[in-house]
Design a protein around this ligand. Structure first.
Ligand SMILES: [Zn+2]
Length: 297
């Protein structure tokens, strides 16, 4: 009896050791690989961005859940940006891999709900916002309104300028579809439609409707040429990225943005993305997200 028990115990022990020998290496490798943060951002009804946090120089690859390759991108300033086409109103799974990291699966949505209030929501002359688009949680800065994150950032920017001995403020912030419509109609009446279309966005095409864009003051200067030569204007151009802003109606980029040079117009994207923009010396949002130029409607 005792001998039979010893034999069966020994057999069980051998079986356990054999199982460990087979499963241990892969189990250990999987458990020790660090995970990476992958955040989906809705850009447009047919565009999603994945923002992957991995050390600079790491090549990040994204595939469809079925395994087919979509593309890859190299991390800069600790982040890789991947912009993906995705059917409007859909929910897709993506598989993200990078050497030395555990594989990550992320779900991204291009539903109207996901696009509403999305931090990186794009609009330009080729991409309209719905007339009903209105951000929630607006906060007041001076006499203007911005979304909470943009309001906090612009207050910090104003304080940063003040610390450098310069004065700026918010001349224009959130504009509803209706107020943009009134502004556009007024300019059409005053200058004619051709000129007005370079000066002010048609309703539904302004970043101001996102609640993420601000026109900064630079008294007494009110035009592009003095903005680019005054100390305040130069400070804004050099430092806006530190506060999470891009000068999206960039000087000399009308053929891409569709807008006249507006060095006072800043759009909030968050500091992690604008640090990436700054490091890569990207100027326009169209170039940043790989979107076609939008010179006309
Ligand atoms: Zn503006």
């Amino acid at each position: 009896m005792k001998r039979r028990l010893t034999t069966s115990l020994l057999a069980a022990l051998i079986a356990v050791l054999a199982t460990l020998a087979v499963s241990a290496p892969s189990a250990r490798a999987a458990s020790t690989l660090p995970s990476m943060s992958v955040a989906p951002y809705a850009l447009l009804p047919t565009k999603t961005a994945l923002w992957v946090s991995v050390p600079s120089g790491t090549v990040v690859t994204v595939r469809h859940a079925g395994g087919s390759l979509i593309g890859s991108s190299t991390s800069v300033t600790g982040h890789a940006l991947l912009v993906l086409w995705q059917p409007s109103g859909s929910r897709n799974s993506y598989v993200v891999t990078a050497p030395g990291y555990a594989t990550s699966t992320v779900e991204a949505s291009t539903s109207a709900t996901s696009l509403a209030g999305a931090l990186w929501r794009m609009t330009n002359k080729r991409n309209a916002l719905p007339s009903t688009y209105a951000p929630s949680g607006l906060q007041t800065v001076g006499s203007r309104q911005l979304t909470a994150s943009a309001a906090t950032a612009v207050r910090q920017l104003i304080a940063g300028a003040a610390a450098a001995g310069l004065t700026t403020g918010v001349n224009s912030g959130y504009r509803s579809y209706a107020s943009q419509s009134a502004l556009y109609d007024q300019d059409v009446k005053q200058y004619g439609q051709k000129v007005a279309d370079n000066l002010v966005a048609r309703p539904g095409f302004s970043e101001h409707q996102l609640g993420l864009a601000a026109d900064l003051t630079n008294a007494p200067c009110t035009n592009a040429s003095c903005t680019t030569t005054t100390a305040t204007g130069r400070w804004i151009a050099a430092n806006a990225w530190r506060y999470g802003f891009i000068l999206s109606n960039a000087v000399g980029k009308t053929a891409i943005t569709g807008w006249q040079s507006e060095p006072w117009h800043v759009r909030y994207l968050g500091t992690s993305l604008t640090a990436y923009v700054h490091a890569r010396q990207i100027v326009t949002e169209e170039d940043l997200f790989g979107l076609p130029a939008a010179p006309t409607y």
